[in-house]
Ligand binder design. Structure first.
Ligand SMILES: NC(=O)c1ccc[n+]([C@@H]2O[C@H](COP(=O)([O-])OP(=O)(O)OC[C@H]3O[C@@H](n4cnc5c(N)ncnc54)[C@H](O)[C@@H]3O)[C@@H](O)[C@H]2O)c1
Length: 356
């Protein structure tokens, strides 16, 4: 069993839920939001601290009395069982994953291991801990729910028109998308075969504070500030439906607490933008917030580089189901969210540059 840092105190009367992968981007934003909003939960965060995990994202809650961090692997069945046992886990929100498409092209094996086998381990332990047999929950465990966080990339690519709905057939194109599609299917099967209380949310591209440097938006900001070339794949016309991370968090919260058992909800901000627009918009805002001494625009640094292999052209989500059924709505549009995001990264990268 791996090292376990026990930081929770006085948690006996609270309901413990297991959140995985919360040293990463979305999980860290979610856990800060969730701890603040709900006083009835003790949160156990299981994270392997891969290159993508950063405990610095969670500095402000490291001593919180309703928070326990466990450093370990979701594929480690013995560890997962011991967490369920020790904390009497009553719910799971599963973020942990290998998440970067480019890495999945270079090294797909770890995506299959973490995203598929890891998800299987978690859901299978949950089933055995919460249920006696198919469709029969143990006494007192009837409300336990397993929420799987997934992506719109499972649906493949769109042409110029159309949107992904929950009924769109799966057609994953990258090893990352295929591994997430596989994990979704495992969760689906635990609902249909065993009657486990599951929810899947498939979300579009997120952006906001605490995202790993490797991703598109932090890369554009960092390269701009360092006066380096800003690399944009292919012709820059690939379109994604961008969602500010806080809006994803409120969608997960609603789906976890109010979603119908066994259902899938797509979450997306109706903010389709292509990469050229994103790079130009960020440069324009940086010109305003952090103008170069020379007076030149950051836009001059944008450079087109060889396209990503198998690069999907367009993703866009139809979020009608979560909007109509659960009353979710994105608060930010891309233009408001990106300004907040840039300010956060300006603080981060300027303080790093000040130190070097
Ligand atoms: N970022 C997006 O735009 C986006 C969009 C839709 C869905 N998602 C999904 O949301 C989830 C979180 O994405 P993110 O962008 O925050 O990812 P991230 O890469 O920033 O964080 C992943 C976290 O998982 C941890 N982890 C990796 N392997 C692990 C393992 N074997 N055991 C335990 N922990 C492990 C890492 O240490 C890291 O803290 C993922 O499931 C991803 O597929 C992401």
């Amino acid at each position: 069993m791996k090292r376990e840092e026990m930081m929770g105190r006085n948690t006996q009367n609270r309901k413990s839920i297991l959140l995985t992968g919360c040293a990463g981007f979305i999980g860290s934003n979610f856990i800060l939001y969730f701890l603040e909003k709900y006083s009835e939960y003790h949160i156990v965060n299981l994270d392997l601290l891969t290159y993508a995990g950063n405990l610095g994202n969670l500095n402000e809650i490291e001593d919180h009395d309703r928070y326990t961090f466990v450093n370990g692997d979701i594929c480690d069945r013995e560890l997962v069982e011991s967490i369920f046992e020790t904390h009497d886990i009553r719910g799971v929100i599963h973020f942990a994953a290998e998440s970067h498409v480019d890495n999945s092209i270079k090294n797909p094996g770890v995506f299959i291991e973490t995203n598929i086998n890891g998800t299987f381990t978690l859901v299978d332990v949950a089933y055995k801990k919460w249920m006696n047999k198919p469709f029969e929950y143990k006494n007192g465990y009837e409300l336990c729910r397993f929420h799987h966080i997934s992506t719109d990339e499972v649906y493949g690519t769109l042409g110029d028109k159309g949107l992904f709905t929950e009924k769109t057939p799966y057609a994953p194109n990258s090893p990352y998308a295929a591994s997430k599609a596989g994990s979704d299917m495992i969760i689906r099967s635990y609902y249909h075969t065993y009657g486990l209380n599951t929810i899947i949310t498939n979300c579009s591209n997120n952006y906001g504070p605490r995202q790993h440097d490797e991703k598109l938006i932090p890369t554009i900001i960092r390269k701009a500030l360092r006066n380096e070339k800003i690399p944009i794949y292919g012709d820059g016309k690939n379109i994604r439906d961008w969602l500010y991370v806080d809006d994803h968090c409120t969608g997960i919260d609603l789906a976890y607490h109010k979603g119908r058992i066994g259902e899938v909800y797509n979450i997306g901000g109706r903010n389709e933008r292509d990469n050229n627009y994103i790079a130009n918009k960020i440069c324009e805002i940086l010109d305003k917030l952090s103008p170069k001494d020379s007076g030149d625009s950051y836009i001059d640094q944008i450079t087109f580089v060889e396209d990503r292999a198998g690069h999907d052209r367009r993703y866009a989500i139809d979020a009608t189901k979560i909007e109509d059924e659960l009353g979710w709505k994105a608060e930010e549009n891309f233009e408001s969210g990106i300004e907040k995001t840039i300010k956060w990264y300006l603080d981060k990268y300027n303080s790093i540059m000040d130190m070097s």
